[in-house]
Write a protein that binds this ligand. Structure first.
Ligand SMILES: Cc1cc2nc3c(=O)[nH]c(=O)nc-3n(C[C@H](O)[C@H](O)[C@H](O)COP(=O)(O)O)c2cc1C
Length: 206
């Protein structure tokens, strides 16, 4: 069998590779660079997926913030594993041509980290975190607007604290896959798997 060699420009560390593509996407005006679709599953293997804002990489973990009582929060509580997808563009035509998949275990950020980030959010977003029992049915949209107005009054002149049911999660990838569109569907796929020390890599058929 022919020995593995990295495709030109690829780095040995997938996090470095992620940062390279992220910069490339941002520089070319990709509007989805900071969005990832996160899939979770119940303990009996029913999957669900949704877009969240990607807030960066902390100690190797891919961070997002949410309501811990939401559907994703409940699923992660019972089954702390997730898969996430980034869909980016790096060309002038802005067509999606890059995909990065990650899979791994998920941990909550510390209370201090969540509280610190919460304080950087706009006040109206802080209020929205308090009044939204995310993923629970509400009578109508007006109900939410009214609840936000009431909460605004309640916190008038005071700092809005981080709700105890709100905070960050970090996904620690055990694997990455980088996909780049090629001509005539000869797309490039490079998968990295975490090993005891470092990472192994393979090229996959498209
Ligand atoms: C572009 C975009 C960004 C979003 N960012 C977040 C986010 O950072 N955190 C979050 O909880 N929901 C975010 N949402 C909403 C989620 O997609 C989803 O509706 C919500 O989190 C409830 O999901 P769940 O019921 O599966 O828990 C975002 C939606 C979109 C379209």
């Amino acid at each position: 069998m022919t020995a593995f060699s990295f495709p030109r420009g690829f780095t040995k560390d997938p996090i470095d590779q992620f940062r390279k593509w992220y910069e490339k996407a941002r520089k070319s005006g990709c509007t989805t660079a900071d969005i990832m679709t996160v899939a979770t599953a119940t303990t009996d293997a029913v999957p669900s997926a949704r877009a969240v804002l990607f807030k960066g990489i902390e100690n190797g973990g891919f961070v997002f913030f949410t309501n811990y009582k939401s559907r994703k929060g409940r699923e992660l509580n019972a089954n702390p594993r997730a898969a996430a997808v980034f869909l980016w563009s790096s060309g002038a035509d802005k067509a999606p041509n890059l995909q990065i998949r990650i899979e791994g275990e998920v941990q909550k950020l510390s209370r201090a980290e969540s509280e610190k980030y919460f304080q950087t959010r706009e006040r109206k977003s802080q209020i929205a975190a308090w009044i939204s029992l995310q993923s629970s049915p509400v009578p109508n949209f007006h109900f939410l607007q009214q609840a936000a107005a009431e909460m605004q009054d309640a916190y008038s002149g005071r700092k809005v604290p981080c709700p105890p049911f709100w905070g960050g999660y970090a996904i620690y990838p055990a694997s990455f896959e980088f996909w780049r569109a090629g001509k005539y569907r000869l797309n490039l796929r490079v998968r990295y798997k975490r090993r005891r020390s470092g990472w192994s890599a393979q090229v996959l058929a498209p």
